[in-house]
Design a binder for this molecule. Structure first.
Ligand SMILES: Cc1ncc(C[n+]2csc(CCOP(=O)(O)OP(=O)(O)O)c2C)c(N)n1
Length: 698
């Protein structure tokens, strides 16, 4: 095992540091901790999780620059104080005051966050911030900044997928990241040998990351080591892992009884030897920086200051129920713009390529990150091939890890305030990134609007093959390549989900997604990448939608949250079909066949945006036709289509002449590979036509 504890250079480092200010910060952290711990037991609020034993993290922050980024966890009160100097912030959040600087009283205490101070929003999910921290590091490197990001986690956090993702992000791209593992020996009741085998330092070094073990109970050793390790990072030698040995002086949190899982002798030994505040005070006295009496004086001064601050904080306003929906989602205000470019027949894949080039042209920080996207082929589907040729370096191939991909784009977007694009090869494989996506969508709500995560997740979704299901042979996407995806994204509060059916909409909506401040899931139906406009059974192209295959050159945007209404036939509408993606093409074919044989008109509402969906357009179409079918390519267990269907029942009941119909794929895991089973799995124009016949006969 490699152990590298250095204390000898402490005096050199001390000359560059305001030692007394650092000590005072650590005392302030401990005293705040003790006050809040007591207030919790007095029933003043529901929960508290403390910092006792971790105060030397202030020395790590002291060795950084003011602009360096911090990704903290709940034990890092001293890091918060060292960076912000704000003693009221932790009290405000503990007492849930709207003045709270981290989340305006919305989250639990100890969830440090501040855009102004470059502190990312701490999540309760252990490790969950790690992939975002990698994205921040990626952005700093991209912008050739001399800043770095410090990421902290406990020994338990090291075992999370998220931490391993950060490690790989940092190692592979040589990012300016300082990973600090605050090892207090415990993860609630589990001792640290359960979290990894062997030596953490050797593990990190084996993975290409320089690592050292540091004694975190010795504040000066911590400061000196950080100074040296930070130099390593800033000199371009890549990331560093610091294994910081600490002791946990309290129970895990206010919900845990320390005696139920730790032995009396171990607690006493930890208290006697591993208290960084006491150890640092003793060091300051021994080295003549303080007198013994100063220790008690500082403690009293700090306590009095905090009690005054607490009394003030208690006068400040508490949240009111009427703000509960504030900062859930941020859909961009669409600016009317008429496409001026010359129109050319273009398939959806061409339209997506063009949109990515437009985004790169308008924003020098824009990039697409994902598997194979940087190859001349432009990813497995070729969506980035124009970007690769026209803007070298803006389509960047990633390791094979979807959580890693999303983390890079999400974290970089948080730095720039502009969406960067993650490409997930097949939506089925987004699943390792599910937690990171959910967190990204929650950030704005959790931080009460202080942070947002602009992010585009483009992904191939739905059945394979080319063109509408009804006009092609088996797509053969099968398991792993044919999920539709909307059921995974439309259920996430704070997430925008888009699923275009035509090339014109794909380009305009992708460009508008680039303006969004909430994360966007952009579902590209594989069948539609090269599809032509739909036809009726007589082979006639359906004029009502065909124009959408002519795509203007240059920049234009289309509004998020607005459906497209298509009228097939003449006169008043006798039936409304609500659809999106491939099912719009199937519905057009079905409607044209019915109109050819019976006359009249049918309204198709192409939702285009699924979340938030255009309730007005749906209600208007139902009001006019009094009959409706919702059709989705999803399996029906349960689905976004079911949600729309249920919404219609709830909101449009009195406008309906009959039960709203619902058509979906079968409730099986996914489409089988062979043609007969695959075609039986999906709804097609034929299924829709049959249902329309039934409804119109009623
Ligand atoms: C992903 C996840 N799993 C479980 C929990 C519940 N939990 C909260 S803190 C904690 C232990 C974390 O231990 P460690 O990372 O060592 O930090 P420490 O509390 O010891 O400082 C657990 C399991 C959680 N918050 N997130």
């Amino acid at each position: 095992m490699t152990v590298n504890i250095r204390t000898t250079e402490a005096n050199v480092a001390a000359q560059q540091l305001d030692l007394i200010a650092l000590y005072r910060t650590m005392v302030t952290a401990r005293t705040t901790n003790d006050i809040l711990k007591t207030r919790k037991t007095q029933g003043k609020f529901a929960f508290y999780i403390g910092c006792a034993g971790h105060e030397s993290i202030a020395a790590v922050v002291a060795a950084l620059n003011e602009d360096d980024w911090l990704s903290l966890y709940y034990r890092d009160l001293a890091a918060w104080l060292q960076r912000t100097g704000d003693i009221r912030g932790p009290l405000r959040e503990a007492y849930s005051r709207t003045t709270g600087p981290m989340c305006s009283g919305r989250n639990m205490p100890s969830h440090y966050s501040s855009k102004r101070h470059h502190i990312l929003p701490t999540f309760s999910e252990v490790g969950a911030l790690a992939p975002f921290a990698g994205g921040v590091g990626f952005s700093l490197q991209w912008h050739k900044s001399s800043d770095l990001i410090m990421y902290t986690t406990g020994d338990g956090g090291v075992a999370t997928n998220d931490f391993n993702v950060l490690f790989r992000q940092a190692a592979v791209h040589k990012l300016p990241v300082l990973m600090v593992v605050e090892d207090n020996g415990w993860a609630i009741t589990t001792a640290s040998p359960i979290q990894w085998a062997g030596s953490l330092v050797e593990w990190a070094r084996g993975g290409g990351v320089y690592a050292e073990e540091v004694d975190g109970t010795d504040t000066m050793a911590t400061y000196e080591a950080t100074t040296r390790l930070v130099q390593h990072i800033r000199s371009g030698q890549g990331p560093v892992l610091m294994h910081l040995r600490l002791g946990l002086l309290d129970a895990h949190s206010s919900s845990t009884d320390i005696k139920s899982y730790r032995k009396k002798e171990e607690i006493e030994l930890t208290t006697a030897t591993k208290d960084p505040v006491k150890n640092f005070g003793r060091w300051l006295v021994e080295h003549g920086h303080l007198q013994e009496a100063d220790i008690e004086r500082i403690r009293k001064e700090v306590r009095a200051e905090l009690e005054r601050a607490e009394a003030q904080v208690l006068q400040e306003p508490e949240p009111t129920a009427d703000r509960v929906m504030d900062h859930v989602i941020n859909v961009p205000q669409w600016r009317e713009n008429t496409p001026r470019g010359k129109k050319r027949p273009t398939p959806m894949l061409g339209a997506i390529n063009e949109a990515l080039v437009e985004l790169a042209q308008r924003d020098s920080g824009f990039f697409v990150y994902g598997q194979d996207v940087g190859s001349p082929k432009g990813g497995v589907f070729g969506a980035t091939s124009m970007l690769v040729t026209q803007f070298p370096g803006r389509a960047i191939s990633s390791p094979l890890n979807e959580q890693l991909i999303v983390g890079i784009a999400a974290g970089a977007g948080m730095v720039d305030g502009k969406a960067r694009c993650a490409e997930i090869q097949f939506v089925d494989y987004h699943q390792s990134a599910a937690q990171t996506i959910r967190m990204a969508a929650r950030v704005s709500y959790q931080s009460y609007g202080d942070w947002s995560v602009p992010l585009i997740i483009r992904t191939k979704s739905g059945s394979g093959g080319g063109g509408p299901i009804s006009s092609s042979t088996a797509g053969g996407g099968a398991f792993g390549h044919s999920n539709t995806g909307e059921q995974w994204f439309t259920t996430i509060p704070g997430m925008i989900t888009i699923c275009p059916a035509t090339p014109f909409d794909a380009k305009g909506l992708l460009l508008e997604a680039g303006r969004a401040q909430s994360p966007v899931a952009f579902l590209e139906r594989g069948r539609l990448y090269r599809s032509e406009p739909p036809k009726d059974d007589q082979g006639n192209v359906i004029a009502a939608i065909a124009e959408c295959w002519n795509v203007p050159d240059g920049y234009y945007t289309l509004p998020i949250g607005k459906a497209r209404r298509l009228r097939i036939g003449e006169g008043p509408s006798s039936l409304a079909i609500i659809a999106w993606g491939t099912m719009v093409l199937e519905a057009c074919t079905a409607a044209a066949n019915i109109v050819n044989s019976r006359g009249g008109a049918i309204d198709i509402v192409d939702l285009r945006t699924l979340a938030p969906f255009d309730e007005e357009a749906v209600a208007a179409a139902v009001r006019e036709a009094n009959r409706v079918i919702v059709v989705t390519e999803e399996s029906d267990l349960t689905s976004f289509g079911r949600h729309v269907h249920s919404w219609i029942v709830q909101h449009c009941f009195y406008d309906l002449d009959g039960t709203p119909a619902f058509i979906s794929a079968l409730p099986a895991p996914a489409a089988p590979y062979n043609a007969p089973e695959e075609t039986a799995f999906y709804p097609t124009a034929r299924t829709i036509e049959e249902k329309m016949g039934e409804l119109l006969a009623e």
